[in-house]
Write a protein that binds this ligand. Structure first.
Ligand code: ARG
Length: 488
């Protein structure tokens, strides 16, 4: 009896002890981690900085000596911090709204992306001392300059801001009566502004100036925010005190030696580095076009082989071959290519296959095209008059011989033009593969849009390239078709 009572007491006490201990655990481990956060970076000899490179002059893409690079004064600051630590700098680009998550899951060591400390963010991460103080501005179309002069004038307008930024909040709070549209990338906001889809974009002062000076249809409104003054800092994981001290040390030196001025000057020069559009971005379009052609060619080639197989299955006598083919074709034709691409890309990941975006894109396009090719071939074969088979059979040919010598040669005349059309379709549809990051034409267009501050021109160039590709292909196919006709 006594022992039971005793052991009960013991159990309760040990439960309480464990409970209290586990409550303290996060603090203990955070403390322990805080002490080696700097050491960890030094040990792996690399500082990983996350940012969203759509924010000139903070961070943006630029062609430097013919190569695409991420530059800007945030990069100079990151480089200085890495140099002071004696480690290599590695930049990870992502959407601004993904940065906090990446920091918290340890994918990056620091965020240096023009990020301002806010009470909400301070709950999740720590911030260094600020390296810059800035005013928030509103970019508008020049034609609206006289109409939108104070924050009250924005009632009834559509205002854009980058997702999950302080600008988004500011627009909601101070531009009363306006509807706020949030997008992930700044260049898309500018494009929407230029196309009258929205009437204003709230941006950090230097960024607003950058875009306004790059585009003479845009300007900065005279409207001033009440709480428009913000600071930008470096973000790091909570409790990483040694890392924070080190970053603050570098920032202090940047301030003491007035290095930021030089960094800004450098960034501005890179931003305004003007050269001929084509000599600067031609290589992007060329590379993208090559990728598109290869992607489409592989898609059509593999699709044709698999499609022919499916067509034969569908024409087979046993339903065990017919059914799977029919269902496959129906499924693929009844679901969007976009979904199929994601299924292949992420699905293979689930099964432990780490396929590159390019391979995934090829597979998805082939699988998709096969379903359409199968129908083309099947229709081509069944369109040949039934009497033809009967005539061949009555001449003493076997079923196979009739297929090979009588039906197929005639069917091919039906199939080839349609197959050519399929090729044209695949060229166009391959643009969707850009969503998983394959560097084809559409993807490259996005890069050029962001780098050149020109949201529209790259789209026109790209549409022309697609048109030249598809038009010359259909011309070639037309010639081939006529050859076939004369051989009748
Ligand atoms: N300063 C703003 C914020 O902290 C916006 C920063 C956006 N940065 C960028 N690289 N797009 O929310």
């Amino acid at each position: 009896m006594l022992t039971v009572k005793h052991s009960k007491k013991l159990a309760i006490i040990s439960f309480i002890v464990i409970f209290i201990f586990s409550l303290c655990m996060p603090f203990l481990s955070a403390k322990a981690a805080s002490d080696d956060s700097l050491q960890q970076i030094k040990d792996k000899k690399q500082l990983v900085v996350g940012l969203s490179a759509d924010y000139p002059p903070y961070e943006f893409h630029q062609t430097v000596k013919g190569k695409d690079e991420i530059v800007g004064f945030d990069i100079s600051i990151a480089q200085k911090i890495a140099d002071d630590m004696g480690v290599k700098l590695s930049i990870k680009e992502m959407g601004f709204d993904s940065l906090l998550g990446a920091l918290k899951t340890g994918k990056i060591d620091l965020i240096i992306s023009g990020m301002s400390p806010t009470p909400e963010r301070l709950k999740e991460v720590d911030f260094s001392d600020p390296y810059m103080a800035v005013e928030q501005e509103i970019v508008i179309r020049k034609t609206d300059k006289d109409k939108l002069k104070s924050t009250n004038d924005f009632s009834g307008t559509k205002v854009g801001a980058q997702k999950q930024t302080t600008q988004e909040e500011l627009a909601q709070k101070e531009l009363t009566g306006s509807t706020v549209t949030s997008l992930q990338k700044v260049p898309d906001l500018i494009l929407n502004l230029k196309n009258n889809k929205i009437d204003a974009v709230v941006l950090e002062g230097p960024v607003a100036e950058a875009y306004a000076s790059q585009d003479d249809t845009l300007t900065i409104s005279d409207a001033k925010f009440i709480n428009g003054g913000k600071e930008t800092s470096v973000a790091m994981e909570k409790g990483a005190t040694t890392l924070k001290d080190q970053v603050n040390h570098s920032i202090k030196e940047i301030k003491d030696k007035k290095l930021l001025k030089d960094y800004q000057k450098e960034a501005n020069e890179l931003m305004f580095q003007k050269s001929n559009f084509f000599s600067q971005y031609g290589s992007y379009f060329l590379k993208g076009t090559l990728y598109t052609i290869v992607l489409a060619a592989i898609g059509v080639f593999c699709g044709a082989i698999f499609g022919a197989l499916l067509a034969l299955m569908k024409l087979a006598k046993t339903r065990w071959l017919r059914w799977p083919a029919t269902w496959y074709i129906e499924f693929v034709r009844g679901t969007p290519l976009l979904v199929q691409i994601f299924i292949v890309f992420f699905g293979t990941q689930v099964f432990g296959l780490n396929l590159s975006a390019f391979i995934s894109g090829c597979i998805a396009l082939s699988l998709n095209s096969a379903a359409y090719v199968a129908e083309i071939i099947r229709a081509g074969i069944t369109a040949v008059n039934k009497g033809q088979t009967e005539a061949a059979r009555s001449l003493g040919m076997t079923q196979n011989q009739a297929m090979r010598f009588i039906i197929l040669p005639q069917a091919i005349k039906n199939i080839l033009p349609a197959l050519g059309n399929e090729f044209v379709t695949v060229i166009k549809e391959s643009s969707i593969v850009s969503v998983i990051g394959v560097g084809e034409l559409m993807f490259m267009t996005g890069v050029v849009q962001g780098t050149s501050f020109k949201p529209f021109v790259p789209l026109i160039i790209t549409s022309l390239i697609y048109f030249v590709l598809t038009f010359s292909l259909s011309r070639l196919l037309g010639i081939a078709e006529r050859r076939f006709k004369t051989s009748d």
